[in-house]
Design a protein around this ligand. Sequence first.
Ligand code: NAD
Length: 734
Amino acid sequence: METFKIDVDADGIALVTFDVPGRSMNTLTSKVMEELPQVVERIRSDAAIKGAVITSGKASGFCAGADLGDMAGGAFGGGAGGELDEAALKKGFDTAWKMNGTLRELETCGKPIAAAINGLALGGGLELTLACHYRVVADDNKIQLGLPEIKVGLFPGGGGTQRLPRLIGAQAALMAISEGKSFRPQEALGAGVVHAVVPRDEVVAKAKEWVKTGKAQQPWDDKGFKLPGGGPYHPAGMQTFVMGNAMLRKQSYGNYPAVLNMMKAVYEGLQVPMDAALRIETRYFVKTLLTPQAKAMIRSLFLSKQELDKGALRPADVPASDPKKVTVLGAGMMGAGIAYVQAMAGIETVLIDTSIEAAERGKGYAADIIKKRVSRGQMTQEKAEATLALIKPSTDYADVKGSDLVIEAVFENREIKADVTKKAEAQLEPGAIFGSNTSTLPITSLAEASVRPEDFIGIHFFSPVDKMMLVEIIMGEKTGQAALAKALDYVMKIRKTPIVVNDSRGFYTSRCFGTFLMEGMAMLEEGYAPALIDNVGRMTGMPRGPLEMHDDVALDLSYKIAKQTAEDLGDKYVPTPGQDIVARMVEGGRYGRKNGKGFYDYPEQKGQPKILWKGLSELAPVKVNESDDALIAELKTRLLYRQAVEAARCWEEGVVDDPREADVGAILGWGFAPWTGGPITLIDQTGVAKFVETCDRLAATYGDRFKVPQLLRDMAGKGETFYGKFGGKQAKAA
Ligand code: NAD
């Protein structure tokens, strides 16, 4: 066997070491799935083996779960469109059952089996341990134990929906699975997911000790087994499902088949014995896997994201660089966040502002986040101090010397940016690069202040920097490939996901996101009730409605950008419907959440809900207050398609040219409905011809903003798709 090693000790306890060769982390590859049944059979049939302990040979963890590459590659049947024909379902069932059937054999093999969990165990990795009779985990708060499948449009299909509720109760299990939440070791112990937490170097010994006297039976195979908290027909258990259905509906708006199918699997599975329950789970799992939503989410949120994270966009001929010292100019909201993520990645950071107090305040922001990590046990005090010591607040540009990179995050003002660019560049050695975090000013024009524009690049972070995982790299006209490679090496070092785009007003993310906000404004102008617009916005799968999000972004910012765009474009400027409403809001002192007054009023008291501003009805009189299914569908289509049309325009203009960055950038950057897999996948899965037809109708009804670029018409005529025509997987990586 390649992926497992079995050593039987003098007590007859087999130590099964899971170690996939050539990989830094164990996943359930097809080889593992071929060999796991052999492991189980050996344990069951070898009379010399009295019991077994399963552990991992990797320092990185126990097992990160299924090999999603295999799944997306059609190993389970079905095509990219998610056809649900009988043959595909049968093939899928047989494949998925390999895991479920094997794990069932493991837990019923008649010998005590313990899992010695010496690192993270996620998805199928945790499910493997749940099929053991005993679980002991290393006492390390960095270890995560969880079932995160829901985040890629799936749910646990290796017994997780059946064993977890039988261990910790349906309510707790439904919450853990539907949120994809991980347990830390102590939490897992408290919840009853594991039996013991011991120092790392004792996990195997502890597991062996248990095996010597342990019972070779799962609690649920005991005749007297009672489900903790009660099953679906128990009064308390029933409540769980009634409430649970409503809660999941509220979170997902029915956009995620995985959520509904997971609920069905748990509800139905808990009413039958384990063997039947696992078959129920497998059936729903395969149905889910073959949906377009799961295929789209696995591709964008897992495979493409992983490729981008590993530098798929990096020019291969530039030698790898490792930024060790980076200066951040401006210690405001963004600069402080950037300094924090840099320090966390071990980068020596100089944080410059106009006064030392301002620079210190920026460092204080990082100190606050680090303090929280220490209090949660995610970081030792010693590490916290060492991390904070990496940030040096300063007002002196001499401190820039020796930096591999400078990130500029001062006020959004051309003159100030030009001034700090000159001052910093005067200190930079050849080979160092300069990145601007501007959100609106074209990089090519900012690079005019630079004496080395080939080293000048856009490095656009999102707020809050510590939470938002995307970084949009922007190429100015003169930006060189070496600068791009170095910027990507930096983004990889701080463990964020990069996309690379060409210069454009608003670049890619802000430009497309702006269309979502403005479509909401157009609806407001047309007389749709504000609550209706925001509710429909959330129903599309966007994180919040367009009015709420506009308030969060700040109405005055939107107003300033529109004004600047009008000035820059002159005669070519086409005003957007609803823009006047924004202007009047701002002129009336309503800037959004930041001053407590926007489309909503924000009460000063924390925890109080925001309330729609009553005066809005004077600025935008309501004509439509009621909705039906057809209207909701139309408004949803407008909100999503408007963004997708803009993404397609960005493509035609050369702002983006890789479907992976367009899709991943959309979901991670501005929260584009994750169930779609991103705007490009939305167009592909809808069918380009059908998408064009709908946009033509929308353009005729609502205006030219829905006009599709010629590229889409050409593709529609030839029956092409973006991923088919431009590739995705190997687009630039090759
Ligand atoms: P901010 O107002 O919070 O911080 C700007 C900081 O720059 C302040 O601390 C200010 O004192 C400092 N500063 C001003 N002039 C300076 C100078 N000459 N030298 C050194 N420091 C100087 O602003 P912010 O929200 O952090 O935005 C900073 C930049 O990031 C802007 O270009 C903005 O467009 C961009 N950005 C902002 C966001 C966001 O959501 N806030 C997102 C992406 C990009």
